[in-house]
Design a binder for this molecule. Structure first.
Ligand SMILES: [Zn+2]
Length: 158
């Protein structure tokens, strides 16, 4: 079975805030992007913390990200096996983990990104286009072939 790495499923670029950003700005960022937490980075793009909706509920009067953020943030690299990330999210009961390279934030992986891997992937017999879903598409979105899509047994390798 081919190993799927974080690089293949991570979301990038990542929505971030700075440690000096005020709570109101953080709340607006969460609302605008419809996310439940945001990473806090320093001037060099290094991850220094994470502020979740929960943190804002607990400490709504905190003036800036620095005062309300969680600083014990576990990170992974783009080459980390997705299976390891799955264990990390379960064991630590966290919802997302930042992806760093050389100390700089390059992406983020959430529970939803990993759950999406469980959706069956289908491959067009004509052009090789792939699509995810419970059922194969009626026709290929790329070459419009109506040939039967075949179930992809393994995630595509790098
Ligand atoms: Zn096709």
């Amino acid at each position: 079975m081919t190993m799927t790495t974080v690089r293949e499923i991570m979301t990038a670029p990542v929505v971030v805030v700075q440690a000096d950003d005020g709570v109101a700005r953080i709340a607006a960022t969460l609302d605008e992007h419809r996310i439940s937490a945001v990473l806090v980075v320093d001037g060099d793009g290094g991850v220094v913390g994470l502020v979740s909706e929960y943190d804002l509920l607990v400490t709504p009067a905190g003036p800036t990200a620095r005062e309300v953020m969680t600083t014990a943030v576990v990170s992974v690299t783009a080459d980390t096996d997705v299976e390891d990330v799955r264990h990390l999210l379960v064991d630590r009961r966290i919802h997302r983990v930042p992806v760093v390279s050389g100390g700089t934030l390059v992406g983020i992986v959430s529970r939803a990104d990993i759950v999406a891997l469980l959706i069956t992937e289908w491959v067009c017999p004509v052009c090789g286009e792939s699509a995810r879903g419970e059922q194969p598409p009626a026709s290929c979105p790329k070459c419009h072939s109506t040939g039967a899509f075949a179930m992809q047994e393994q995630p595509p390798g790098p």
